[in-house]
Design a protein around this ligand. Sequence first.
Ligand code: OFO
Length: 173
Amino acid sequence: MLSNTIQDALNKQIRVEAESSQIYLAMACWAEVKGLEGVSNFMYAQSDEEREHMLKLVKFVNERGGHAKISQLNAPNVTFESFKQMFEKLYEHEVFVSQSINELVHITLQERDYATHNFLQWYVAEQIEEEAVARTILDKINMIGDDKGGLYLFDRDIEGLTVTTAASDIASE
Ligand code: OFO
């Protein structure tokens, strides 16, 4: 059984994951209308992943005797100055989500809810992965600068991008 404190904290995270999905969906649309198919497919996939993260939390809350709350979301940014700016936003957002997960993990320890603490370890590992991917992309974008040919190749290659971190095994379970 979840305490009210844990249930509220998990519901807050459900909203964060839902907003992440919308943020990346908006990025996918922007990239698509700009003609970068690889980038947009990558962002559509990211958006789907965030929805999965949300659903995993929803199921957990409901299965543990709580009630997952589906709330109103903040509207995402729909336009960006450049691809570089878009990927900077992606990275910043992942750092924000990691902080949010860390806060949640902290609350589970305060509440001595070890089942939820254990469940959240997957999210901790996933955030290590996602921050690493976002950082790798930003490094590449910084290297490309304004070079159109570089952007063309980047768009072609981004869908196959894989980054392995020390947390990869846990996050892929
Ligand atoms: Fe939900 O993993 Fe990124 O934000």
